[in-house]
Design a protein around this ligand. Structure first.
Ligand code: 17E
Ligand code: FE2
Length: 449
């Protein structure tokens, strides 16, 4: 019997910083290393939408075979935090001149008056295609529910259905202007959950008072329990060291027992807390067992805008959270919108920025940053057993033009193949520079980027 698809001679990464450390010692291209690596090459057999076989040499045939020649096979990338309702609107109606969160919210308030469902759907799908072509198959997106029409939410719920054959999308009911920003938003959030939002969102640091912020969190936890949904709060996205809603989220997670169903996004003020308070907080967080999401591309540009010098990085304590065993993932937050005019949908860019800005430069730390755009994101999204590469699991996987996470991140390697639910979704050829032979006539005038 022929299978549908076999990937031949791919590398399934051994997650051991020790193995890579010996590579550092032995030099790059020793024969021994090559031999070692080939020992990890496998064939992966796919039938229907499942992985049905993994072995060094599969003695089977398939309708379609792809030769990987030692390229690295990874579970798909996970984008755990993005705002798909605002993607691809940078400059509409105007550019964010101050670069602050607050000017971004003002501009979005103007832009969202003109939202139509078709507009939201077209931009969100364009962004998802950009992302999926670069290996992202699982996404959590916030949808602003501050408008009575709930256009952003309805648009993204429709997109969730339109893409479901190739990408899993979760939608967060996110009250951008605050749960108590006006008299209607609280009811709109509940309506969003009735309509099918997967996750309850919040923004306590943007509520009018500290007390409103605390009250909003209590309401969010109530809603999550009533409707049996996950929670993902925009929490303390400020440089104000007095913005301390993370402790409230942690206390609620602990007391309700919701723990790993709760995520604190951004938490940039944590980068500004004094160490005495941070020590206390770090003692509580593992007990609360929250997930954290950092968005290094955007918060590095958004935060620190009121500083002169020294200028804060404005990121949460990614390395320290990771060292304390907490589940941390990374997101883009934005692709070309009022808060961040750049972005390409490439998660390797996001992890690269985390490596630099959070000083995660040790080899185990670099590998941890790869986890933060794959398995850790899967945990935050509660993907459960369906995520990962193993016999019997859904056949979602990607192939990179690299032989390890370290190489993938160092070179921001091309994702050459994206397999979604057993089918080849996208194939990309890595760029290759061809030297002019008149200038460099020796062999080797082709070099990989
Ligand atoms: N809204 C918000 O409150 N914070 C952000 N970083 C974005 C939207 C992108
Ligand atoms: Fe965000």
């Amino acid at each position: 019997m022929a299978l549908d698809l076999i990937l031949r001679r791919g590398q399934l990464h051994e997650r051991a910083a020790g193995a890579a450390a010996s590579r550092d010692a032995s030099g790059d291209a020793s024969g021994e290393r090559l031999h070692d690596q080939e020992a990890h090459w496998v064939d992966i057999g796919i039938d229907g939408n499942r992985i049905v076989a993994i072995a060094p040499h599969l003695d089977l045939t398939a309708t379609h075979e792809i030769a990987l020649q030692g390229r690295w096979v990874s579970p798909p990338l996970v984008e755990s935090h993005i705002h798909l309702d605002s993607v691809l609107t940078a400059g509409e109606p105007r550019w964010n001149q101050s670069g602050t969160l607050f000017e971004g919210i003002e501009i979005w308030r103007e832009r969202k008056q003109r939202l139509t469902q078709a507009d939201v759907e077209a931009r969100a799908i364009a962004a998802l295609k950009l992302m999926a072509a670069q290996g992202v198959l699982f996404v959590r997106s916030h949808a602003d529910v501050s408008e009575p029409s709930l256009t952003a939410l309805k648009g993204l719920l429709a997109v969730r259905e339109q893409v479901r054959d190739w990408l899993t999308l979760q939608v967060v009911a996110f009250p951008q202007d605050g749960v108590y920003g006006d008299a209607q938003t609280e009811a709109q959030m509940e309506e969003a959950l009735r309509l099918g939002a997967d996750v309850v969102g919040g923004i306590p640091h943007y509520e009018l008072t500290r007390e409103d912020g605390v009250r909003s969190l209590q309401r969010i936890f109530d809603l999550a329990q009533t409707y049996d949904r996950l929670i993902d709060i925009h929490c303390d996205e400020m440089d104000d060291e007095q913005s301390r809603f993370l402790e409230v989220v942690a206390a609620l997670a602990l007391r309700t027992g919701l723990g790993s169903r709760v995520t604190a996004s951004h938490t940039t003020a944590f980068g500004s807390y004094n160490n005495a308070y941070a020590l206390k907080l770090m003692g509580i967080l593992p007990r609360a067992n929250l997930n954290f999401i950092a968005n290094p591309l955007i918060n590095l540009t958004l935060q620190g805008r009121t500083d002169t010098y020294p200028k804060r990085r404005g990121l949460t304590r990614v390395k320290e959270l990771w060292q304390h065993g907490l589940n941390v993932s990374l997101g883009h937050d934005c692709i070309q919108d009022p808060w961040y005019s750049l972005g390409t949908g490439n998660m390797l860019d996001v992890a690269q920025m985390a490596i630099h800005a959070c000083q995660m430069t040790g080899l185990a730390e670099i590998e941890a940053c790869y986890d933060m755009i794959t398995v850790n994101g899967a945990r935050t999204l509660h993907l459960g057993d369906t995520y990962g590469i193993a016999i019997g699991k859904p056949a979602n996987l990607i192939v990179l033009d690299a032989d390890s996470p370290y190489e993938a991140l160092r070179r921001r390697a091309t994702v050459t193949h994206v397999i979604a639910q057993g089918k080849l979704l996208v194939e990309t050829h890595p760029p290759r520079s061809q030297w002019n032979p008149a200038m460099l006539p020796q062999p080797g005038n082709v070099c990989d980027t």
